[in-house]
Ligand binder design. Structure first.
Ligand SMILES: [Zn+2]
Length: 201
C-alpha cells in the first residue's frame, strides 16, 4: 500500500474533491486523517463480513456512496493501516534532525518575509495621496489620476493583508510541528490496537 494513499494528515472539516464537507465525529484514531490517493475522498471505517469472516476494513467513501467520483482504490485491512502509520511516523522521527534544520530555515524565511511590512508602506503612500487629492480637489484641479492610484493601492493593501495572514498561519503550523518533533524522544512502538480498544480511545 502506498503511503500517500493512507496517511495522512489531520484536517478539521476537510473539504473533499467532490466538494462535500467531511466532518465525521472522531470515533476512531484514524478518522479524517486517511485520504484516498486516487480521488481525494476520505477513507471510512467499515465492519466487513466476507462469507462469515468478520473483519474491520477502511474503504474510500467514493466506493461506499455516490460522491460523483469514480474510484478504484483498494479496501484496506485496519491492522495494515496501524502498521503503515507507525512506519510513516517513525521514518519522520528517524530523520528528525535533518528535518528540524529544514523546518527552522522555513520558519526563518516566513518570518523575514512577514517582516517586510508591505502594508505599512502602502499606508504611508495612501496617506500622502489622500493629502494630494484633497489639495487638488480644493483648488478645483483634476484629481482623477490620484484617485485611480488610491484605488489601486487599496486593492494592493487588501492583497498584502491576506498574504500576511496566510504567512502567519504557515508560521504557526511550522512552529507546532517543530514543537511536536522536539518532544518526541523515541520511536513509536508498534501500533497497539488492543491497547486502544481497552482504553476506549
Ligand atoms: Zn477514492
Amino acid at each position: 500500500m502506498q503511503v500517500q494513499e493512507e496517511l495522512v494528515r489531520r484536517s478539521k472539516g476537510h473539504i473533499s474533491t467532490s466538494g462535500k464537507k467531511r466532518n465525521f465525529s472522531a470515533n476512531h484514531v484514524f478518522s479524517q486523517i486517511i485520504f484516498c490517493g486516487e480521488c481525494g475522498e476520505i477513507y471510512r471505517r467499515v465492519h466487513w463480513n466476507n462469507r462469515g469472516k468478520k473483519s474491520i476494513v477502511w474503504r474510500c467513501v467514493s466506493r461506499l456512496e455516490n460522491t460523483g467520483l469514480a474510484c478504484h482504490s483498494r479496501t484496506v485491512q485496519e491492522d495494515m493501516i496501524g502498521l503503515a502509520t507507525v512506519d510513516a511516523i517513525n521514518k519522520l522521527l528517524g530523520q528528525k534532525d535533518d528535518f528540524l534544520i529544514t523546518l527552522k530555515e522555513n520558519i526563518e524565511t516566513v518570518i523575514s518575509e512577514t517582516d517586510n511590512n508591505i502594508v505599512s508602506e502602502i499606508d504611508k503612500k495612501l496617506e500622502e495621496l489622500q493629502k494630494d487629492l484633497l489639495r487638488l480637489a480644493n483648488s478645483k484641479e483634476d484629481y482623477n489620476d490620484i484617485a485611480d492610484e488610491i484605488y489601486r493601492l487599496r486593492e494592493e493593501r487588501h492583497k498584502a493583508l491576506a498574504e500576511e495572514a496566510g504567512k502567519k498561519g504557515s508560521k504557526q503550523r511550522l512552529e507546532d510541528m517543530e514543537k511536536f518533533l522536539n518532544e518526541q524522544s523515541t520511536f513509536l512502538e508498534e501500533y497497539d490496537e488492543a491497547y486502544r480498544e481497552n482504553n476506549g480511545l
